[in-house]
Ligand binder design. Sequence first.
Ligand code: PLP
Length: 398
Amino acid sequence: MKKHKVYLDHNATTPLHPEVKKSLLMAMKVFGNPSSLHQFGRQAKALVEKARENIASFIGAHHEEIIFVGSGSEANNSVINLLYCRAGNHCRIPNSIAQKKRIITTKIEHPCILESVGCLAEAGVAVIYLEVDNYGKVNLAQLQDELAKGDVVLVSVMMANNEIGTIQDIKKIAEITRQHGALFHTDAVQAVGKIPLNVLDLGADYLSFSAHKIYGPKGVGALYIRKGAPFCPFIRGGHQERGRRAGTENTLGIIGFARAIEMRKLEMQAESKKLLLLKKKLRQGIEKNIGAVSFNGHPEDSLSGTLNVSFAGAEGESILLYLDMEGIAVSTGSACASGSLDPSHVLLATGIPQEKAHGSIRISMGRDTSVEDVDYVIAKLTKVIKRVREISSVPKAG
Ligand SMILES: Cc1ncc(COP(=O)(O)O)c(C=O)c1O
């Protein structure tokens, strides 16, 4: 079998779509500052506003409800922090909201949510972390109970999990939240452009998303802010984004983002069908060829390209490195990049024991993944797991 490169880490980031590359080349000619009143500025401004309209309509929003930010992380931080804004006379958060002292999120959020609510907790805000079941679905009874206690300002629940792919019933969660008078935010970074969604249908007050997860450029994200929802800028300075996010717009990134969204309109549905078939093939191949494996995440309500699998008697990091030598890129949930080898907080929250969580990898496929890639991965993974199990100190029992 010929060795080739197989990129299966699309939940981390995606390659630029060829159409996005073309749009970036065009956009590079437009250098004006969108805030400038002369023709160079107006030209840039027109492109940014057109992009805003296209992106807004893709999620069922009005263009004024979208602000561009530097990343999905910034969008999320902006929402968590706005409710505890202490900007004195500059604060635009009504007292009725600022006085509430409790915030609800889940145990499986992305670190950019968990770390920002963690800071608020240190500052005296009560943070409630909802439990999830074995599939990673949020406990709705706990949500009801916590909301019923009152004083909740915001509920933030991610739409699709980046590690196990589980998709939450956001419409239901938003409805329960609204019934109790709290605001609702969803981190839809892994959902927008992968599954159909409409903000009006969902009933969210805030929704975060990011370009680089859907074949757009890195360093640009967007935040939907429902008309009338309270908001105070996280980044202060100029009056860009109607005074909601200071900083000269990333014109290039925004134009590329809009083109990526346009391509999602055309490709998302067929791609999702293809990925579901590939995931089934991959799962069956792993089950057939490699013993003592288990799959994580919801069997149906899951991102079509995401497969998270645990191998008994093997460490995820070793699997990742051996696969890398075969040209295959996957990821583990461990925070190994930060120097720690803690197992994934998401897997632990679903009740998986530490050891098993350590032996897990995330395979995330995308628009270029082919049947040949999947065959290649099954063959190499079978060999790699055998090798890793031979040298591993982790118990081999399933
Ligand atoms: C669910 C989720 N939220 C937020 C982020 C952060 O997005 P960005 O990389 O644009 O900051 C990610 C990125 O991995 C993610 O998967």
